[in-house]
Design a protein around this ligand. Structure first.
Ligand code: HEM
Length: 412
């Protein structure tokens, strides 16, 4: 298998979507700095991903119109290119996720003023109560789809409450955000991109109306804080408030839903580790970090050389794109002992799942807390959880998760 075949398999083959690990290993062992046929470079070693993500000569660029993976449909490329031109022409405000310094620094610092430790702490207390209620309800019914019953409701309640999205609106967002997120998948089809654009427009319109409401009548929520935030005479524009609140809300549950689902998937596939956790809940913090490492909810990140730069000592042209395969970095034997073993008592440092450098996930501790509370509540409410049907992966790689997770729970 050539390195390009490995890349194609990761994104397009049922085997790769089911488990990319063998392809990651092949790349790491045969071409750890792989210059692919598209010109994009794929990195699979932990230290290399870390180095690039922490080097600000590498940043975000809206060259998203180009394909990252060989064999991408030309219609898809043309669509992405047009979409990009439209976004530039409309001068659409974007969130920090797509910005470089100094704009990134400014926006992240303004948002951090609203995303205060007090707000996160307030939520931490509520997360335990919410997890107990949601997991308790699920267990009383004997089981079902764990993603529908727990994986989605808990994170959406947490981030919905924090941002200030009314509860009545939460259910409709699962489909809308999932559809919108197809835009960041390198292997998205034309239909998925069209659906993503439609859903994004609906989400933007929703948040625009919500911002207007909060401007007229502020509440004790993050959205009102974002509107009020000011630092050295600077504040967020209307477009930025919409983009940031959408980012926080979307990033706040899509990824955490997958942390809960992928984490449960790892426990189901490793029953000894499930028993170990059930016998010793003090292992919850290391268990959640191991779930993040083992099957990361975010598998890749992309950076572009903003100026002529170096890639691990080699000179590269401005515009060169690098894909840091975070999921592969998490299985690097130079970083983690026996990396393909799922070991909930592992203590070998933070996985690459929240990235590194200036874009390091703002919600890392919040999502860890959610994971710990959910699995803690499962331990409290049931003796064991077992699979009750077939597990099917989503057709996604950037945001990796399951379509559904049918389980049976045995009450204590
Ligand atoms: C298990 C759950 C989560 C995972 C795996 C995750 C992963 C990530 C990753 C990999 C990035 C960096 C993206 C890049 O470099 O391009 C990121 C950024 C970000 N995440 Fe998370 N995330 C999670 C949960 C959350 C939650 C709960 C929130 C909100 C409260 C959140 C808010 C953000 C924000 C705002 C950024 C952008 C930071 C920046 O660009 O400076 N994330 N996340």
């Amino acid at each position: 298998m050539s390195p390009d075949d490995a890349v194609i398999n990761i994104f397009f083959s049922p085997e790769g979507l089911d488990d990319p690990t063998p392809y990651y290993r092949h790349l790491r062992e045969t071409a750890p700095v792989h210059h692919s046929a598209t010109g994009a470079i794929f990195l699979t070693r932990f230290a290399d991903c870390n180095e690039i993500l922490r080097d600000n000569r590498w940043g975000k660029s809206n060259r998203g119109g180009n394909s990252l993976i060989p064999t991408t449909d030309p219609e898809v490329l043309a669509f992405r290119q047009k979409q990009l031109e439209r976004q530039i022409a409309e001068k659409r405000a974007t969130s920090m996720l797509f910005l470089n310094p100094p704009h990134h620094t400014r926006q992240r610092s303004l948002v951090s003023r609203a995303f205060t430790p007090r707000r996160v702490e307030q939520l931490r207390e509520q997360i335990g109560v919410l997890a107990d209620r949601i997991v308790g309800d699920f267990v009383r019914t004997g089981g079902g789809d764990l993603l529908e019953g727990i994986g989605f409701p808990l994170p959406v309640a947490v981030i919905g409450t924090m941002v200030g999205v009314p509860e009545a609106d939460w259910p409709k967002f699962r489909k809308l955000i999932t559809a919108s997120a197809a835009g960041i998948e390198p292997a998205a089809t034309l239909d998925e991109l069209l659906a993503a654009e439609e859903s994004q427009a609906e989400v933007v319109a929703y948040f625009k109306a919500l911002v207007d409401k909060r401007r007229a009548k502020p509440c004790d929520d993050l959205l009102s804080d974002l509107i009020a935030v000011e630092e050295a005479g600077d504040s967020l524009s209307e477009g930025e408030i919409i983009a940031v609140s959408m980012l926080l809300f979307a990033a706040g549950f899509e990824t955490t839903t997958n942390l809960i689902g992928n984490g449960m998937g790892a426990l189901l596939g490793n029953p000894d580790e499930q028993q170990k956790l059930w016998a010793d809940p003090a292992l919850l913090p290391s268990a959640v970090d191991e779930m993040l490492r083992w099957d990361s909810p975010v598998q890749l990140d992309v950076r572009t050389a903003l100026e002529p730069a170096e890639l691990l000592g080699e000179p590269v042209d401005a515009g060169t794109r690098v894909v840091t395969l975070l999921g592969a970095a998490n299985r690097d034997p130079d970083q983690f002992t026996d990396p393909d073993r799922f070991d909930i008592s592992r203590d070998e440092g933070t996985p690459m799942s929240f990235a590194s450098g200036i874009h390091y996930c703002l919600g890392a501790n919040l999502s860890r807390a959610e994971g710990q509370e959910v699995f803690g509540a499962l331990i409290n409410h049931c003796a064991s959880v077992e699979l009750d049907g077939e597990l099917k992966r989503r057709n996604r790689m950037t945001l990796r998760g399951f379509e559904a997770m049918p389980v049976k729970v045995h009450r204590r």
